[in-house]
Design a protein around this ligand. Structure first.
Ligand code: HEC
Length: 125
């Protein structure tokens, strides 16, 4: 093995190790609730029937979360909770799993787009 290829291997191994570490430390476990006031109440109330991921992988406004709680109660047999517990849960969900703003980029300006090959006029010219 040449000195050069050994060097390349060492760099590749180092890169792989770093990549592996980054993946492990940056992966957010969907089954862990984000830390915050009310987390324990939410965990106790909302993980009796399904995993935390069912909650943490969703997002929405307070109204949306309210509707979801209503659905849990009307369709899935979740027992009634008192108003204080409900607002604690809603405060928590609204704060930590609130409505996401769009993650899509804005559309490209038309002058940056390639010519449309299916445009009737250009095809029939
Ligand atoms: C009594 C059982 C029960 C409890 C307690 C419960 N859920 Fe659910 N939940 C369900 C069932 C059943 C489903 C449907 C699962 C499926 O579709 O696989 C569900 C689905 C969901 C979903 C995904 C579907 C949707 O509407 O988007 C969310 C979000 C959710 N639950 C949030 C909550 C929250 C927040 C709480 C606590 C306030 C909670 N759940 C408590 C039974 C429960």
């Amino acid at each position: 093995m040449t000195v050069l290829s050994r060097g390349v291997l060492a760099i590749a191994a180092g890169y792989a190790a770093l990549g592996g570490l980054t993946t492990i430390s940056s992966a957010h476990d969907a089954n862990e609730f984000k830390d915050g006031e009310g987390m324990d109440v939410v965990r106790t109330t909302c993980t009796r029937c399904h995993s935390a991921a069912m909650v943490t992988q969703n997002s929405g406004s307070r109204e949306v979360w309210q509707l979801r709680i209503n659905t849990m109660q009307s369709s899935h047999g979740m027992p009634a909770i008192d108003d204080t517990t409900e607002s604690t849960i809603l405060d928590y969900l609204e704060t930590h799993y609130g409505q996401k703003t769009s993650s899509r980029r804005a559309p490209l300006s038309p002058h940056l787009m390639p010519a449309n090959p299916y445009e009737i006029d250009s095809v029939n010219d």
